[in-house]
Design a protein around this ligand. Structure first.
Ligand SMILES: [Zn+2]
Length: 500
């Protein structure tokens, strides 16, 4: 995994820092490098084509670099001591580093902003993981390009979210665990930890459980206080280990509908969302009575999203499909919360993109929606590729959303006469920050002129909405039943440049 991360980084940075032909330039990594003994460091430099380039290690030994394309050299090295790495070519030298080999005590960082972003690799191109609470102090096991890797939690945080601190890391201790079920189908687990903790969630809906890992935490209690007779979470088990504590929640019949985790000092609070209380299928002609659905037509206002070659704006098509879906859902008895109903932004115009996306999440949360669908149309960065690209892609982030994505993909593709469909994991803001099953739907490619023309046909929005509606009914009929439905029609590598 670590090697993969470093290799990916080369690709990312290789494109960002082009150098003049002939000039020797160290491209990656940039700035201070911290690695642990035994950890391979991948590097990339640009220099004169066809001229040998040599990497000089701090102990003086040299390693020849591999020229993988004219003038681009790569190497992998196990730093054997702290110092400076240098690359030499025909009398020119470029320094890398300095390299600090983390042989003894690991450095400590402290998170200095609320909900600090944490990513799966040392670059903002990597997926976001659960955010880090302000005040968290953690050991650091690597530093690359201004990103620090947390130990033992894993994940990378940027230097701008932390300060490097000379004192010991936090030692969160699980002192009290309390489970409350107010009777509306929700549940709240309060974990008193004292010091801020990082967390990782491993949801296993198919096993009917949710596992919360608190890396680095200790445990002072094995007792879980239950305020009422628990139905939503009949079982809570605490498992201490050297690397931290695992809190295992056995979920009742409602399964895992959705969850939220918040650091509310000195507690970590997990809330499980209540599933909708729907009528029995044969008892009512309005099958979705009691269901609240948030519909989010992607983009709007100054942000058109993708634009087809013939000028069709994605924000406009997305809205048409969402409004058509609202009609179907309301006819079936559901309540629909739209993030926007006209061609405008949801937050104040001109705010940063993250705020605009957060405004959409807030709408859904305020409406206490049971489901969230963000509706988009796709495009590719490359015009040539975009012209022929096609396919229905549904993105999910949280495990509880996977089944929803799976249920929507095929019916939607069928409804818009599309042969390829897939559901894929991806970390987009609106599906990551929402606490209910949430998906981002890319109906098809607007960058493909044939498909763009199709979006102008009378009835297109109704067809797409009809497909989504049928998929929703399938999902609601068999929550948690993934047998026979989980399939990819193509691999994730075919995905488009989906909207954030
Ligand atoms: Zn979009």
């Amino acid at each position: 995994m670590r090697r993969l991360v470093l290799v990916l980084l080369l690709w990312v940075l290789g494109g960002v820092f082009p150098a003049q032909a002939g000039e020797l330039k160290c491209l990656s990594p940039q700035g201070e490098i911290w690695v642990q003994p035994g950890e391979i460091l991948h590097l990339e430099v640009q220099g004169m084509p066809g001229v040998p380039a040599l990497l000089r290690l701090p102990d003086g030994t040299g390693i020849g670099l591999f020229e993988w394309e004219p003038g681009r050299f790569r190497g992998a090295v196990l730093p054997n001591r702290s110092g400076t790495l240098e690359v030499e070519q025909a009398g020119q030298v470029c320094p890398l580093g300095p390299v600090l080999l983390l042989e003894r005590e690991l450095p400590v960082l402290e998170v200095v902003r609320e909900q600090a972003p944490c990513r799966s690799g040392p670059d903002s191109a990597f997926d976001r993981l659960d955010p880090l609470p302000e005040g968290l102090r953690s050991l650091v096991s690597a530093r690359l390009n201004g990103w620090l890797r947390l130990e033992p939690a894993g994940g990378w945080v940027h230097l701008e979210s932390v300060r490097l601190h000379p004192v010991a890391p936090s030692r969160p201790i699980l002192q009290r665990v309390e489970l409350e079920e107010p009777g509306d189908g929700s549940a709240r687990l309060t974990m008193r930890l004292g010091d801020p903790a990082a967390w990782r969630v491993q949801a296993e809906p198919e096993l009917g459980r949710l596992v919360l890992w608190l890396p680095g935490a200790g445990q002072a209690t094995g007792h879980v206080r239950q305020v009422s007779h628990p139905q939503r979470v009949p079982l809570v088990r605490l498992e201490p280990s050297e690397s931290g504590v695992r809190v295992i929640l056995g979920l009742g019949r409602a399964g895992l509908w959705g969850y939220r985790l918040r650091w509310q000092s000195p507690d970590l609070v997990l809330t499980l969302a209540p599933p909708p209380d729907l009528p029995q299928p044969d008892q009512d002609t309005r099958p979705l009575e009691g269901l609240v659905v948030a519909l989010d037509p992607g983009h709007g206002g100054d942000d058109s999203g993708a634009i087809g070659r013939d000028g069709r704006r994605e924000s406009e098509v997305n809205l048409e499909v969402a409004l058509a879906l609202r009609r179907l859902l309301e006819r079936a008895g559901a309540r629909v919360a739209m993030t926007r109903e006209t061609d405008r932004s949801v937050a104040e115009p001109g705010v940063p993109a993250a705020e605009e996306l957060e405004a959409r999440v807030l709408r859904a949360e305020q409406a206490q929606a049971h489901l969230f669908l963000s509706i988009h149309h796709n495009a590719k960065a490359s015009v040539a590729e975009g012209r022929v690209a096609h396919g229905t892609d549904i993105y999910y982030y949280h495990p509880q959303s996977r089944e929803l994505a799976a249920s929507l993909a095929a019916p939607l593709a069928r409804a818009v006469q599309e042969s390829r469909h897939a559901f894929l994991w991806r970390s987009f803001h609106v599906i990551r920050q929402t606490g209910m099953p949430a998906v981002l739907v890319e109906v098809n490619y607007l960058s493909n002129p044939t498909l763009e023309a199709r979006t102008r046909l009378h009835g297109y929005a109704d067809q797409a909405a009809g497909g989504l509606y049928r998929g929703l009914l399938d999902f609601l009929k068999a929550p948690g039943d993934s047998e026979g439905r989980v399939r990819f029609s193509e691999s994730a590598s075919t995905r488009g440049e989906a909207c954030p």
